[in-house]
Design a protein around this ligand. Structure first.
Ligand SMILES: Nc1ncnc2c1ncn2[C@@H]1O[C@H](COP(=O)(O)OP(=O)(O)O)[C@@H](O)[C@H]1O
Ligand SMILES: [Mg+2]
Length: 214
């Protein structure tokens, strides 16, 4: 199950972070060309932009389809519980999962980001920390949902923040979460183990802040 989901996540990132960005940049360049070129070229440039728009839409629909299957099958909380169970069974990791408070309604993208964040933090707890116990909490924090994953390993290395290379798993999570208007941070919990925190805005807050930005 992990492997399949990791592959979907990798594809999602490739399409969302790379291909879609390149097409968006291309669209801007075509805009510049349209402004500077003579009238005779305008219809051709217009057609090119329409085609590009179609391509961008196509990629969006694929990235939508690449969200974790468990989310659609089960819904957020059961999907996260199933993820905890997977790691317990295949990773030998003792994972506790706790929900605190009344969670806000979340958009599909925010749910997927939480799922991927938990998945990445749990794989890291196995791979990098040799952890035995991991505590996961999902809490209502004002109108946000805050996910905390804390393990009992040795904690992040000193230079971890600078080592979050742009291509690593956590860097991808950070990008994904901040892109949704949420927050990401790493640190250590009271036991000294690694702690990853990710928050995403509730659907209502997100809608309001987008309306303000327009
Ligand atoms: N739970 C953890 N405990 C200790 N160190 C960690 C933990 N998670 C990540 N790290 C450190 O942070 C780095 C970046 O993690 P990540 O972005 O997931 O990249 P990757 O897993 O591909 O190395 C890791 O290489 C490791 O040094
Ligand atoms: Mg990783």
């Amino acid at each position: 199950v992990h492997q399949h989901e990791e592959e979907r996540n990798r594809l999602w990132r490739e399409l969302h972070d790379e291909t879609a960005q390149v097409l968006a940049a291309l669209n801007m360049q075509l805009g510049v060309i349209a402004e500077r070129s003579d009238e005779a070229l305008a219809p051709a440039v217009g057609r090119a932009r329409t085609l590009l728009g179609e391509g961008i839409k196509g990629i969006r629909s694929v990235t939508r389809d690449l969200r974790p299957v468990a989310l659609d099958d089960l819904g957020l909380l059961p999907a996260l519980r199933a993820l905890a169970r997977d790691f317990r069974e295949s990773g030998g990791l003792e994972v506790t999962f706790e929900v605190v408070g009344e969670l806000p309604a979340l958009e599909a993208e925010a749910e997927a980001a939480l799922y991927r964040a938990m998945q990445e933090a749990l794989s890291n707890a196995v791979r990098h920390a040799g952890a035995r116990n991991v505590r996961v909490t999902l809490a209502a924090e004002g109108s946000d949902a805050l996910l905390t994953v804390a393990d009992d390993g040795p904690g992040f290395p000193e230079d971890a923040a600078s080592r979050l290379r742009s291509r690593g798993g956590l860097a991808g999570i950070r990008e994904r979460v901040t892109g949704l208007g949420g927050h990401f941070d790493i640190g250590s919990d009271e036991r000294g183990g690694a702690r990853v925190r990710v928050s995403v805005p509730g659907a209502e807050t997100k809608r309001l802040s987008e309306a303000r930005a327009e």
